[in-house]
Design a protein around this ligand. Structure first.
Ligand code: THU
Length: 128
């Protein structure tokens, strides 16, 4: 099984863990590290809506807090018939850790791969 298929399968499993009582929109993400391990995340919502954290950031922060900083790809999927693309905040976090590839999958098995740079070509950069 290729990396994309493995990440999509893991993202799908992670989606089952979503805590989304407000939006009812479940999201799962799976992140591949350079050394071949996979970190997953689901969205975790909050009654104070702004405190919600997306699945992608949960996966990335889990990995970083475990000492990982080098990544090759992240997969994202929801229950939608359409692809679910990472939000702008998650894209900016992906830029921070230079995650090169974003894989998206829909509920019926369709997939696509994007370069992070194509999804957020003008990322914030604090170099003066
Ligand atoms: N969400 C994610 O987890 N990832 C995305 O890429 C977009 C949005 C979550 C946040 C919230 O819990 C729900 O989806 C609806 O916006």
């Amino acid at each position: 099984m290729g990396v994309a298929d493995k990440l999509i399968r893991e993202a799908k499993k992670a989606r089952e863990k979503a805590y989304a009582p407000y939006s009812k929109f479940r999201v799962g993400a799976a992140l591949m590290t350079e050394d071949g391990s996979v970190y997953t995340g689901c969205n975790v919502e909050n009654a104070s809506y702004g405190a919600t954290c997306c699945a992608e950031r949960v996966a990335i922060f889990k990995a970083v807090s475990d000492g990982k900083r080098d990544f090759t790809a992240i997969a994202v999927m929801s229950d939608s018939h359409k692809f679910t693309f990472p939000c702008g905040i998650c894209l900016q976090v992906m830029v921070e850790f230079k995650i090169p590839t974003v894989i998206v999958a829909d509920r019926s098995g369709g997939t696509a791969q994007y370069k992070l740079n194509d999804l957020l070509p003008y990322a914030f950069d604090k170099i003066k």
